[in-house]
Design a protein around this ligand. Structure first.
Ligand code: CTP
Ligand code: MG
Length: 266
């Protein structure tokens, strides 16, 4: 569906009744150290288009998402704003919007947690559901985004897309020097483990409270909600929602895009 045939935020609100819009915070302020030298990870390209643009498109593809807050590298907010405008404008929409989805850009922080908090601080009122989505997961399918939103609207306060693991996981006593042998401490039953992805979806007040309360280092937002003693639930994730972390992931991401183009051709 082309951007200009999509309903306006007001039409979406009218159709979805009492719900207010869903806002998505996209942390994109990381350097991408594990990807190796180069531009900040979110600005690295997949088939010529920055990963961040793929990620914003993936979330804006959901008719429920009316606002995207992009958390840019600390000194890169103006560049990211122009990038978003440049990729949105061909759709004929005014600066600061993308089809029926508005966007804001704010500078990020030192840690992912801090970046997400800065994005949340910038959220205007009127969004009762908030998604947090890594720019580093540029290819998440819209059905996964919508499944997360639906579960929050059905009453869950925190929802994570999750997949069973292929590998067995060991808990170890980490070695002081990377590469040294590490004693294995335990082997959790694989059938009970899940690898979690983003977007993670939240009732807004719950997520804001979690970010105000929890100060421990965490690697995802749902674990902060767990620390408040609240229930987090999973919905099925998707293999295409993998996180681009290491160089091989760039190859995989471009292969996924090539497969999509091929499928679109038929
Ligand atoms: N992120 C962020 N602010 C930070 C660190 C990370 O917004 N200070 C974002 C990244 O841009 C990414 C997401 O959090 O979209 C997930 O983090 P990760 O995959 O670890 O990305 P990087 O931190 O950039 O990568 P690395 O850890 O390899 O440096
Ligand atoms: Mg990181």
């Amino acid at each position: 569906m082309s951007d200009d045939s999509r309903p306006s935020p007001a039409q979406v609100r009218a159709e979805t009744g009492p719900h207010t819009g869903v806002a998505a915070v996209i942390p994109a302020a990381g350097r991408g150290v594990r990807l190796g030298p180069g531009a900040p990870k979110a600005l690295r390209t997949l088939n010529g288009t920055p990963m961040l643009i793929h990620a914003v498109r993936a979330l804006a593809a959901s008719r429920h998402v009316t606002l995207v807050v992009v958390v840019a590298p600390p000194d890169g907010a103006p560049e990211v704003k122009s990038l978003l405008d440049a990729h949105a404008l061909p759709g004929g929409t005014p600066s600061g919007s993308w089809g029926s989805t508005d966007f804001l850009v704010v500078p990020g922080g030192e840690s992912r947690q801090e970046s997400v908090k800065l994005g949340l601080d910038a959220l205007p009122p009127g969004h009762d559901v908030v998604l947090v989505h890594d720019a580093a997961r540029p290819l998440v399918p819209v059905d996964t985004v919508d499944a997360v939103i639906e579960a929050v609207r059905d009453g869950a306060r925190a929802v994570v897309p999750a997949l069973p693991l292929a590998d067995t996981v060991k808990e170890v006593e980490p070695a002081a020097t990377p590469g040294d042998p590490e004693p294995v401490v335990a082997t959790p039953a694989r059938a009970r483990l899940r690898a979690v992805q983003t977007p993670q979806g939240f009732d807004r007040d719950t997520l804001v409270r979690a970010h105000e309360t929890v100060t421990d280092d965490v690697t995802d937002d749902a674990s902060m909600v767990e620390q408040l003693g609240l229930q987090v639930v999973t919905v099925p994730g998707h293999e295409e929602a993998f996180k681009v972390t290491r160089p091989l992931d760039l190859v995989l991401a471009e292969a996924v895009l090539a497969r999509r183009r091929l499928n679109d051709g038929f």
